[in-house]
Design a protein around this ligand. Structure first.
Ligand SMILES: Nc1ncnc2c1ncn2[C@@H]1O[C@H](COP(=O)(O)OP(=O)(O)OP(=O)(O)O)[C@@H](O)[C@H]1O
Ligand SMILES: [Mg+2]
Length: 424
């Protein structure tokens, strides 16, 4: 293994790139299909792996497995050659494996039938790297193929878009670098491209794409980029004063992208035996596997994160909504007094007379049955929600006998009055 040098050599012409910036910076590598992007990314990966530097490759086409021929990578995927089945992988343990044990990882999502499942796994691993990076703080490069699928210029940003943008904006302080690859610069979120410290422009011919070149580095390059040979590129980098025309070397390891479907290989051919040995340590615990569905519903942002002094800290934090403290607590309305609200003097006199009649004539049965009346439901203003009128039993009140006595006196007075009239 070569010592970690300040630069890595990537070109046939002796072109070098600064190791530290490659590991921790953000980069965009673009060019039309067949222009040499994956080869160039593989060359960078080979140089870093040669120096024992850790990385994660989110491989959408299974074309980085050739690296296993020469280097010891942990391969997470859905094929027989995978060291860990992607459905069994624990994102937190993978992040730990990569960052703390320096084991490079290929997350091969090409065999995952549901693209959303593959994207979600990539998101969770990268999110964990971001979280763990806050504590571990050492250089770690994340390479993402077909980044327009995760960071689209138009259309809805998914959870992985937010994660990638967060890494792009805040990963440097944690040592997490990001290298995104795409055939279509026009289709990639410009929030990402404009964050990049270095950009590799391979051959591009579509107008929409060359317009991006024109905007970023000028019309001359937009014309020239259409004429580049395979493997050739314009390199725009913060550490260079001017744009360089470079020619990447061919990768040393197996070129799987060149022969799709014809030369699948077995695990033995690619080595990686010690990577397979760590398989146990990155699979989910049985109970964790059982709770996998629940885990997926838990937003990772809820995980406690050590507080750091971060100028450009843009993590959204929960805050009380404005004006929340000016709202007076709602006082519950008193329950409606149905007896009182339904009070009607005439009805009351009727009841009273009925009671007196029952009492006077000894109708015990009628008094026992009671006298009922209907009480409308006034508990809601919405007529549709009202219940049928309630039937409330009339219970003779303790003072009723006194009322009966009063009535007798009254009747007596009336009788005396009538008698007086007759005598007069
Ligand atoms: N630097 C190079 N020198 C010589 N040949 C190269 C170089 N880069 C790529 N090639 C050739 O071009 C082919 C396509 O390269 P590569 O797979 O990297 O293209 P790509 O841009 O990733 O395409 P796609 O977008 O379809 O994935 C390779 O299989 C290889 O034969
Ligand atoms: Mg490719």
């Amino acid at each position: 293994m070569a010592p970690v040098s300040e630069t890595i050599s990537i070109g046939v012409d002796g072109t070098t790139l600064p190791t530290s910036e490659i590991m921790t910076g953000r980069a965009f590598l673009t060019g039309k299909s067949g222009s040499g992007k994956s080869n160039s990314a593989s060359v960078i990966a080979e140089e870093l792996l040669e120096r024992g530097l850790p990385l994660l490759i989110v491989d959408t086409d299974g074309e980085y497995l050739g690296l296993k021929e020469r280097y010891d990578l942990h391969h997470v995927g859905k094929s027989d050659e995978a060291d860990t089945d992607i459905d069994e992988a624990d994102p937190a343990k993978l992040a730990e494996l990569g960052l703390e044990k320096n084991v490079p990882i290929i997350l091969d999502i090409s065999g995952v039938l549901d693209a959303d499942v593959g994207a979600d796994m990539a998101r969770r691993v990268i999110e964990q790297l971001f979280q763990t990076g806050n504590r571990v703080r050492k250089p770690f490069l994340v390479i993402v193929e077909e980044i327009h699928e995760f960071l689209p210029e138009s259309g809805k940003r998914g959870d992985i878009s937010e994660t990638l943008l967060r890494v792009a904006k805040r990963g440097r302080k944690r040592g997490i670098g990001l290298l995104g690859i795409s055939q279509r610069p026009a289709a990639v979120d410009k929030d990402f491209i404009t964050q990049c410290d270095w950009i590799v422009w391979h051959r591009l011919t579509w107008d929409n794409d060359t317009r991006v070149v024109s905007r970023m580095i000028g019309t001359d390059y937009a014309d020239a980029v259409q004429e580049l040979d395979t493997g050739e590129a314009f390199l725009m980098a913060d550490w260079d004063d001017s744009i360089r025309r470079v020619r990447f070397r061919r990768k040393r390891t197996k070129d799987i992208g060149a022969t799709p479907g014809l030369e699948r290989f077995d695990a033995g051919e690619l080595g990686g035996s010690s990577a397979a040995a760590v398989q146990e340590s990155v699979t989910k615990e049985p109970e964790a596997a059982a709770d996998a569905e629940e885990d997926e519903r838990e937003p990772i942002e809820l995980t406690a994160e050590p507080v750091e002094e971060d100028e450009d800290d843009e993590m959204p934090r929960w805050e009380p909504w404005p004006g929340h403290d000016q709202i007076e607590p709602e006082t519950p309305a008193p329950p409606p007094d149905r007896e009182r609200e339904s009070y009607d003097p005439i009805t009351e006199v009727g009841h009273f007379m009925g009671f007196v009649v029952h009492r006077l004539f000894g109708s015990v049965r009628a008094a026992g049955r009671g006298i009922s009346r209907s009480v409308p439901d006034t508990s809601t203003d919405r007529p549709d929600d009202r219940q049928e009128p309630l039937s409330v039993e009339f219970v003779p009140e303790p003072e009723s006998p006194r009322r009966a006595l009063a009535l007798l006196i009254f009747l007596g007075i009336v009788a005396i009055f009538i008698a007086w009239l007759m005598m007069a």
